[in-house]
Design a protein around this ligand. Structure first.
Ligand SMILES: NC(=O)c1ccc[n+]([C@@H]2O[C@H](COP(=O)([O-])OP(=O)(O)OC[C@H]3O[C@@H](n4cnc5c(N)ncnc54)[C@H](OP(=O)(O)O)[C@@H]3O)[C@@H](O)[C@H]2O)c1
Length: 287
């Protein structure tokens, strides 16, 4: 089996690449020097019969939330039209597309974990552009997997942002001895190696097409997450609560975006661990 991964050198893409290769699946890495997803000609020139692939996984996105708000055109070109370009190319080859989406498709007014059948209602440009990508893919091909993730961190830093939250807060804590973090945004931070293993299982078990929530179990605020980071490190860093919205960059975000992996659970395929478990493995292995 040979699978093409767009964004294979990214935070998530690199872990998916590693997990698939380790299990003996061939991976064709489609990096930015080979493909620009917002350009239909670029996509069609690379995703064609010569590539000899059975599935495309798209991890590429314009996902810096503040930059998206300032540049909606690029956001929709990449996250909306870009997703559509890949879907058209996959449809022409009659192969499926696995596309990475986000918890930011929800407005965050919910009080319990969102399932795949809850109605999206994004509150910012990034969320709207990602939801547009989902809708376009589903209108172009019926052979798609749309995977919504929440607050990801991994061994390789997020290229778009230049850091991941865990490493950034560890660095500040080690430099200053204390940190300040918001307590008014609840989500499920998820280790990318766990997502990669879940994706591998979905592929090997030939999961049905559709929308999937793929996040760790449980939920926490950024403040609670940070408390747990320094609890594991046990280095005496003090964690303070920031004022609501203090680090929002002026952009509205969902206050509650915990995802329930209902589709995976219904199929008996959910292997996502609790967020505390993923965090412990991440810090012990890499930090
Ligand atoms: N970060 C989060 O907390 C979070 C939460 C939920 C969902 N997600 C979703 O998770 C996915 C992966 O995120 P990540 O953190 O792994 O991202 P990342 O580290 O920034 O990697 C993205 C990869 O995509 C490539 N790329 C970006 N724009 C492209 C374009 N227009 N054409 C072709 N390639 C392009 C990048 O190439 P370059 O090296 O050239 O930039 C990079 O290889 C995204 O779809 C994001 O929306 C992220």
């Amino acid at each position: 089996m040979n699978i093409a991964i767009i964004g294979a050198d990214g935070q998530l893409g690199s872990d998916i690449t590693a997990a698939l290769r380790k299990s003996g699946i061939g991976v064709t890495e489609l990096l930015r020097d080979k493909v620009e997803i917002s350009d239909r000609y670029s996509v069609n020139s690379i995703i064609n019969k010569e590539l000899n692939i059975e599935l495309v996984i798209n991890t590429a996105a314009f996902h810096h939330v503040e930059k998206s708000e300032l540049d909606p055109v690029t956001s929709f070109n990449v996250n909306g039209a870009g997703a559509a370009n890949i879907a058209y190319a996959c449809r022409a080859l009659d192969i499926p597309l696995m596309h990475i989406s986000t918890d930011y498709v929800f407005d965050g007014r919910g009080k319990k974990p969102y399932t795949e059948s809850d109605l999206p209602n994004p509150v910012n440009v990034y969320g709207n552009s990602k939801l547009t990508g989902e809708y376009l893919i589903r209108s172009i091909t019926d052979k798609s997997y749309i995977l919504r993730l929440s607050g990801i961190y991994g061994r390789n830093i997020c290229i778009e942002k230049g850091y991941n939250f865990v490493d950034k807060i560890l660095k500040i804590g080690e430099e200053k001895g204390e940190v300040k973090v918001v307590d008014d945004e609840v989500l499920t931070p998820t280790f990318t190696e766990d997502i990669a293993e879940q994706i591998l299982l979905m592929i090997t078990k030939k999961a049905e097409y559709g929308i999937y929530h793929v996040s760790a179990e449980g939920g926490c605020s950024w403040y609670e997450f940070t408390k747990e980071i320094f609890n594991i490190k046990d280095n005496g860093v003090k964690v303070n609560k920031a004022l609501p919205g203090e680090f929002s960059g002026g952009v509205q975000r969902p206050a509650y975006s915990v995802l329930e992996n209902k589709h995976l659970k219904d199929l008996g395929l959910n292997i996502m661990p609790h967020w505390k478990d993923g965090l412990k493995r991440y810090i012990r292995s890499y930090r």
